[in-house]
Design a protein around this ligand. Structure first.
Ligand code: BDP
Length: 593
């Protein structure tokens, strides 16, 4: 889905602010048609934000089921034939939207946009009631999966298999936008490099348009190439490449009859070759983190202030990349990564698909990962649709160099191969231009792994020295080296990226003996991993876990959230932050980006 953008033919009316909000504790709102009138017992709620931490009530914080958002909106006057859309950049995890009494759209999947043409349901210049019922429940057929259960004292719980807290609500902006009836509805841009020139291939969808033209504008707005027709190729001489650390952006200005749509893009190539990850033909080494959209009070609500601050911290450290662990991030984040020259591994919301990690006395009931009653064919269809929606949203971002279609799924069984094989094919089908990977869990070491050959890269989350060999880094190092040797044998020629590694660390806790949970142990832990990485030319990336501490599901595994951050949750640096800065800034000097 295209990002909304202003142009000569398009206007945007942002609807962020304080909305009316009501909890649907009895689950009666749909039957009682709450959308048909003003919410009876509404209270204020900011959009965008997670609703969970904004109020002081546990009933809201812990709510499982529907919540209702509502506000009055003035419909703009429209020029001849113009269409009016409402667009939600995300509603976690599912939503139905009404304009007045009319249902206009439903969407499942908490981290991707959806929209509806509402022209025929509003009076230009008049006011209408906009209502959204948002459902935070996860099931075996959602991505990510989960299930609900009622306990013996009648309390409803949402169970899920990932550690980050199930924040929910309207996490990103809600907008109205206008555009001509005949309009650009999709643009796909791929690029290549030929000597000093950039080759730009484009494919425009604009149903009913009699005339489609494109202009390539440089960063100063000067035209550097032009083309005609919905599908074509143009050449940009003396092209400025999009490079890590230097996010040079061009704009493909598409005109389809009366509609003008500006699509930013970068000229760059991505390739995997001989155990190396090449950007513009040059080996690239990933320095950075797995992250979360997670902040005090706002939860997963997008916030430009926190976004820019996080990028400033990442740059200060010398990072050049991150993974959108464990779901698609806000469109603002992807735009910002483009312009700041950050390299992004773009991940789906397929996290917690590994029952080998749940169960046992610490984690509750045991389940089978793939079975007709749990993750099944229907889940696989939902997963594929989610991959295709993500690619449709993010395909034109030069920052995205690799799709990660799942985090730590079960991959040590034959049935897991049956599940993933078609999904890898679907990803290549939706985007033939980028490599595809998945993030491997420590339970699927090379001797057990069943799917590695399907993918272009090896991405490893490893916790030697934390969940395993805790407080024994020398033994962790020995076993990790043995495992890496196993990967080199199993997946020759594939670059290896460490996409997670790190110990929980309580900011401020120092320990002369570098024991677990102390800042000293975190430093020793990273030193051990980095010593190993530096010995293997096939290891092309270090993305530690996590950029910052983050909120988690309550339970005995976590004290006040996951503490593996290099920064605390309020972004105060731990001692490690300075230590890693020294390493990364030196690498940046040596590598030039
Ligand atoms: C990995 C998960 C990540 C967790 C991390 C941890 O990919 O989401 O937060 O472990 O336990 O298994 O800290």
């Amino acid at each position: 889905m295209l990002r909304i953008r202003r142009s000569a033919s398009r206007t945007i009316h942002n609807l962020d602010g304080i909305w009316d909000f009501q909890l649907d504790a009895a689950g009666a709102g749909l039957d009682d048609r709450w959308f048909a009138a003003a919410l009876a017992d509404a209270r204020p709620m900011p959009v965008p934000s997670s609703f969970n931490d904004v109020t002081v009530e546990s009933e809201i914080h812990d709510h499982v089921g529907h919540v209702w958002y509502q506000r009055d909106v003035i419909a703009p006057r429209l020029l001849d034939g113009e269409r009016l859309f409402v667009r939600f950049a995300a509603a976690t995890h599912a939503a139905t939207v009404w304009v007045g009494d009319v249902e206009v759209v439903s969407h499942i999947g908490g981290y991707l946009p959806f929209e509806a043409d509402i022209t025929d349901h509003v009076t230009p210049g008049g006011t209408f009631r906009l209502t959204a019922a948002v459902d935070n429940r996860l099931s075996w057929q959602t991505i990510p999966p989960g299930y609900t259960e009622t306990d013996e004292v009648g309390r409803l719980h949402q169970r899920y298999f990932h550690d980050f807290y199930n924040y929910a609500g309207l996490h990103r902006s809600v907008d109205l936008y206008t555009r001509p009836a005949v309009a650009v509805t999709d643009v796909t841009i791929t690029t290549d490099i030929d000597g000093t020139a950039g080759i730009v291939r484009y494919d425009v969808e604009a149903e009913g348009a009699s005339d489609v033209t494109v202009r390539v504008l440089d960063a100063d707005g000067a035209e550097v190439a032009a083309g005609e027709g919905a599908i074509g190729e143009v050449r940009v001489d003396d092209a400025q490449l999009w490079q890590p650390g230097r996010g040079y952006l061009y704009t493909l200005e598409v005109t389809a009859d009366d509609d003008v749509y500006p699509q930013p893009f970068g000229i760059r190539t991505v390739e995997v070759q001989d155990s190396q990850f090449l950007i513009n033909g040059e080996p690239f080494y990933f320095r950075g983190y797995g992250r979360h959209e997670d902040n005090l009070v706002r939860g997963k609500g997008h916030d430009d202030v926190m976004m820019v601050h996080d990028f400033e911290l990442m740059k200060w450290q010398g990072a050049n990349s991150f993974r959108t662990s464990h779901y698609p991030y806000a469109e603002e984040v992807m735009d910002y990564a483009d312009r700041e020259g950050f390299v992004v591994i773009d991940e789906t919301a397929a996290v917690g698909m590994n029952m080998g990690l749940s169960g046992g006395i610490f984690s509750g009931e045991a389940h089978t990962t793939f079975s007709p009653e749990t993750i099944n064919d229907e889940t696989q269809k939902v997963h594929e649709a989610h991959i295709r929606e993500l690619i449709a949203r993010d395909k034109n971002h030069p920052c995205v160099v690799l799709w990660s279609i799942a985090n730590e799924p079960e991959t040590n069984t034959d049935i897991s191969r049956e599940y993933f094989e078609p999904l890898v094919a679907a990803t290549h089908d939706a985007d033939p231009s980028r490599p595809v990977g998945y993030v491997n869990v420590m339970l699927s070491t090379p001797d057990k792994e069943k799917v590695a050959d399907l993918y272009d890269v090896v991405m490893l989350n490893r916790y030697y020295g934390w969940y395993w060999q805790n407080d024994n880094l020398p033994l962790g190092e020995k076993l990790m080296r043995e495992e890496i040797d196993g990967w080199l044998e199993l997946a020759p020629g594939k670059p290896i990226l460490f996409t997670e590694y790190g110990p929980d660390t309580l900011g401020g806790l120092r320990d002369l003996h570098s024991r677990p949970w102390s800042e000293d142990y975190q430093i020793a832990f990273f030193d051990m991993y980095h010593r190993v990485f530096d010995d293997y030319p096939e290891i092309v990336g270090e993305q530690m876990w996590n950029f910052a501490d983050f909120q988690t599901v309550p339970g005995i595994m976590r004290v006040g959230g996951n503490k593996k951050g290099m920064f605390e949750r309020d972004r105060a640096p731990k001692a490690t932050a300075y230590h890693i800065r020294n390493r990364w800034q030196a690498m940046r000097e040596a590598q030039g980006s």
